[in-house]
Structure formats: C-alpha cells, structure tokens
Design a protein around this ligand. Structure first.
Ligand code: NAD
Length: 523
C-alpha cells in the first residue's frame, strides 16, 4: 500500500499494435530515478571520456557487428512493438543504424580531433590557435515511437563516441526496443552507467529536461517541443529539436507519372504514414493531375494491410487510437469541404482497432487541415497547381519545414525548384531516403525545429567547441596594453591602414609609421 511519502510507481505496458498482445510491463522512472540516473551518468562520464576516441570507436565497431548478427531479432522486436512491416524494420531501422555506426567508425576520429586554427590578423600571428571538441558531459535524449530504434540509436552513438554519457527516455509506446539497444551497447563494451534507458511517459521526459543534463536532443511533436523549449530556455539548456513535418511533394509537368505515383504511394504509406518525412501533401501539375490521382488510387488499392510480421504485408497498423482519431478528423473535414475519397477513408476493424485503409484524397484544397496540419497517418491528399511559381508558393505556405521533394525528368529544373523551398532537406526524384544517408544532416526549419542530427553536423551537436590560444612570445608585453596616448593613437591609425588599405603601397608606408609602436613603453 503506497503511503503519502511513497507515491505509487506508475507502470507502462508495451503493446503490440497489430494484436493487442502485451509484450512487457515496466516501471516508469520518476523524478528521483531520473535524477539518480543522470548523477550516475555524470560520475561515469570522465572515465568514458578518458578511454579516448579510438577505443570508443572500437566499441561502436563491436556494436555494429553484434547488431548485424542479431538483425532479424531486433527487426522482429521493432515490428512487434511499433507495427511496421518486418522489411521496413530491417531497412529503415536496422540498416540505418548499421550505416550510422559505419559513418562514425570511419569519420569520428578525424571530425573530432584537435584542429589547428590559422590566424589572418598580422597582429596576432605570434599565437598558435587550436580548436578542441570536448564532450558536453551528460546528454539527455528523448525519442518518439515511430522510428523507435534508428532515431535514438543514431543520436546515442554520436553522443557516446564524442565522450558523453547518455540518458535516454524512449517513447512510452516502445520502451522494449530501447532496452534492446541498451543491452547491445553494453554487450559491445559501453559501461553500464555511461548509457542508460529510463522508461516512462511524458512526465519522465519532463523530469529529464529539468535534471542536471548538459544538453538535450529531443525528437517528437511540435507541441512537446515547444513545452521543452520553454523549460530549456529558463535553464539555458542547449537543445536540438527534431519536430514534426508536413512534407510537400511537387510533381512538375514533365515528371514520369508511373514513377512519381509509386513514390507518392510509398512516401505516404510507409510506416502507415507515421514518418516525420512522410509525403503529407502532394501538388501535381494540372496537366498530369487526373492521371496521377488515378495511378495513386490504383496502387494504394493494391497495398496489403496487415500484421507487419506477415512478410507479405505492405502497411501495418497505426500506433494507437489517438493517432487514428487525428486521421479520421482530417479526412472528415476534407470530405465536408468536397474532397473526393479515391480509395480508403476508413478503419479496417476486421484486422484490429488501429488498422486504417491507405487513403487517397483528390480535389483537396490548400486550406484543409489535411494540407496544413501533420496528419501522421496513411493519407495521401493530392492538389493541383498551374506553374512552378505556384507550386513553390504552396509548398512554402506552411508552418513546417522538415523536408520536401520535387519530381521532374529535368534534374537541373528540379534542383532550381528545390533551392526555392524552405526545408531542411529537399530531394529531387526521391522521398524519405535522405534519412538513411548517414553523411547527410537531418533536421528542419520553421516549426520543424532546429539543430541537426546525423552526419558531421549531428556529431558536432554533441561537443562543445573550445578555442585554445597559446602565445609564442611569452616574454613580450602586448602592443595594445595600457600606456595609451596621442602618439600611440596615430600609430594605431596607421596600423589599421597597414592591414587593410588599398593599394598595397599605402600599406607599406603605413606599416613603417606604425612600426614605432613596437618600442613603446607599456605598463
Ligand atoms: P511526442 O511529442 O508525443 O513524444 C515524444 C517523446 O516526448 C516521448 O518520449 C514522450 O514521452 C516525450 N514527452 C511527452 N511529453 C513530454 C514533456 N512534457 N517533456 C518531455 N518529454 C515529453 O511525439 P510522438 O507522438 O512520440 O512522435 C511523433 C511526432 O514526432 C510527430 O510529430 C513526428 O513528426 C515527430 N518526429 C520527428 C522526427 C524528426 O526527426 N524531425 C522524427 C520522428 C518523429
């Protein structure tokens, strides 16, 4: 019986969204556990940093090989907990992590090592400058359920290899796969206190934000991101925010309809549309519109919806009731405003409560919720446009700016349009796969957040840059120290001319005038 002093420990259940089976139950970390976890991580971090980067790289290499050996088990666990088809678990989760490990193994040393900094200012040439990249200390990571392995794993690996300790609060929907990540990393050699997972709901995340962490990497919704940013601002806690998206797909009039419609269908329905980089709205040139809509509807009808463990399944269940209701609300509103449902539009209750039919909507307009708010479900709304200028305007008239795609047979034209779109990533003739390019930065603009994960930019988020300045003329007082006066002021005017004046001969004369300052008496 809990007393007033000992509140009941709340528990979370991990449930298979395809079957309703309870996969496991766990205690939620409360503020006490979070503080204790962060304190243990802090105590362990200096030792981990002292291992040196080459040893930490060896640990990542071992982790990569362990994951490769266990790929099928890990992928099955992801499918059971998050619902996505097994092949997607392999390709969009396990493969992404294997390759991110490869990138860090190959590049972490050269990207993080000390770097000499050349000085251009002649007055400061006698100094030797170096850039040091030091770990923050303890990095807090809060992650969502939709890519429950690849999102936290890529961030955790970057933080660890840079010498940080990490505390991860995974989504309450997918704690088991996070614990799997923890056990793989520990087996590979990461000391227990250097990385741990604290399961729990939003409250555990909120406690982590308020704890003694040195930096936070958050991936999730805009609403939660805003709340976190407010708390972080108060504490001046640096944060990376990877938030939602409403990614537009622009199909120009010279695009290949067959290829682009297949891309739209995959981009909108992969992971049942629950990807931050999903095709959330599609703009098609009016000349192709009717053909494109028909092709998408026909392909969407052929998708096999079911349990992701069945290898023939294309689209699995959605994660939960709340998410399904958002999808239903967006479709209902679009319907009232005369959008046409070309296929889908309803739950597939015979399969289970959160299975939803892949839905293609035509004749949507730019002001509908389904075109403006993140739907995060298997819905492909398609609108038309008249010319490139209009397409760019529609794409940019949005609160979000995570990614976008442009479809055309003319790559130059596609790249030209891509440059005009406000987003963290724009792909020409592809969707979503940018997330699996370990070298490429991932992150958004506008409400999609700030900061970057992945690639060298993701690694740089995990370190503080320190400038080390070492003066070679240790026995000499600096020219600019006290003991100013009329003469010194004139000399310094000449000195500025000596550095910056044009043409060159003016500089030489000015340098001669300024030179006497070298022998000036200083305090
Ligand atoms: P969410 O914001 O509901 O939850 C994300 C995480 O934050 C969870 O671990 C949750 O427990 C935790 N949390 C909730 N309230 C909190 C609080 N007050 N303080 C601290 N932590 C708190 O998001 P979700 O439903 O898990 O994920 C879906 C969202 O994530 C979508 O909007 C999607 O676009 C976005 N997302 C973005 C990216 C990206 O890289 N930009 C990637 C994947 C998902």
């Amino acid at each position: 019986m809990p007393t007033e002093l000992q509140p009941a420990i709340s528990r979370i259940a991990s449930v298979n969204p395809a079957t309703g089976e309870v996969l496991g139950e766990l205690d939620c970390a409360g503020p006490t556990e979070v503080r204790a976890g962060v304190a243990r991580a802090r105590a362990a971090q200096p030792g981990w940093n002292a291992w040196g980067i080459r040893n930490r790289v060896k640990v990542l290499r071992r982790f990569q090989q362990l994951l490769l050996t266990r790929k099928a088990d890990v992928a099955r666990r992801i499918t059971q907990e998050a619902g996505k088809p097994y092949v997607e678990s392999l390709l969009t989760e396990v493969l992404v992590v294997l390759d991110a490990a490869r990138f860090l193994v190959e590049n972490a040393y050269s990207l993080l090592r000390e770097e000499k900094l050349q000085h251009g200012n002649p007055a400061l040439k006698a100094k030797s400058g170096r850039i040091l990249r030091e770990p923050y200390g303890v990095i807090g990571i809060i992650s969502p359920w939709n890519y429950p392995f690849s999102i936290p794993a890529t961030e955790v690996m970057a933080a660890l290899v840079a010498g940080n300790a990490v505390v991860l609060k995974p989504s309450e929907f997918t704690p088991l796969i996070a614990l799997e990540l923890q056990s793989l990393l520990r087996e590979a050699g990461v000391p227990n206190d250097v990385f741990h997972v604290l399961p729990g709901e939003g409250a555990a995340g909120a406690a982590l934000v308020k704890s003694e962490i040195d930096k936070l990497v958050f991936t999730g919704s805009v609403a939660t991101g805003r709340r976190i940013a407010q708390v972080a601002a108060e504490a001046l806690l640096p944060v990376v925010l990877e938030l939602g998206g409403k990614d537009p797909m622009i199909v120009l009039e010279d695009a290949d309809v067959d290829v682009a419609s297949s891309a739209a269908v995959w981009g909108a329905f992969v992971n049942a549309g629950q990807a931050c980089l999903s095709v959330e709205r599609c703009y098609v040139h009016q000349k192709l519109y009717a053909r494109f809509v028909d092709a998408c509807a026909e392909k969407a009808r052929k998708l096999r919806v079911g349990n992701g463990m069945d290898l023939a399944t294309d689209v699995g269940p959605m994660i939960g009731e709340q998410q399904v209701r958002i999808v239903e609300a967006h479709i209902a509103e679009a319907r009232i405003h005369s959008a046409r449902i070309m296929t889908g539009g309803t739950r597939l209750r015979e399969l289970g409560p959160t299975f939803f039919a892949p839905t293609v909507l035509a004749d949507v307009d730019h002001n509908m919720r389904v075109m403006r708010e993140e739907t995060f479900g298997p819905v492909l709304p398609i609108a038309s446009f008249g010319d490139d200028v209009e397409a760019v305007r529609l794409a940019n008239d949005c609160d979000y700016g995570l990614a976008a795609s442009v479809w055309t047979r003319d790559r130059n034209r596609g790249e030209d349009v891509a440059r005009q779109i406000h987003a963290g990533t724009v792909m020409v003739n592809d969707v979503l796969s940018c997330f699996s390019i370990s070298e490429a930065p991932h992150g958004g603009v506008k409400a999609s957040g700030f900061g970057r994960t992945h690639g060298r930019w993701g690694l740089e988020e995990m370190v503080r840059v320190k400038y080390l300045d070492s003066d070679r003329l240790r026995g000499m007082k600096k020219i600019w120290w006290f003991g100013y006066g009329e003469e010194f002021a004139r000399e310094m005017e000449s000195f500025l001319d000596a550095i910056f004046a044009r043409p060159w001969r003016l500089r030489v004369r000015a340098a001669l005038r300024a030179g006497s300052a070298l022998w000036r008496r200083k305090l």
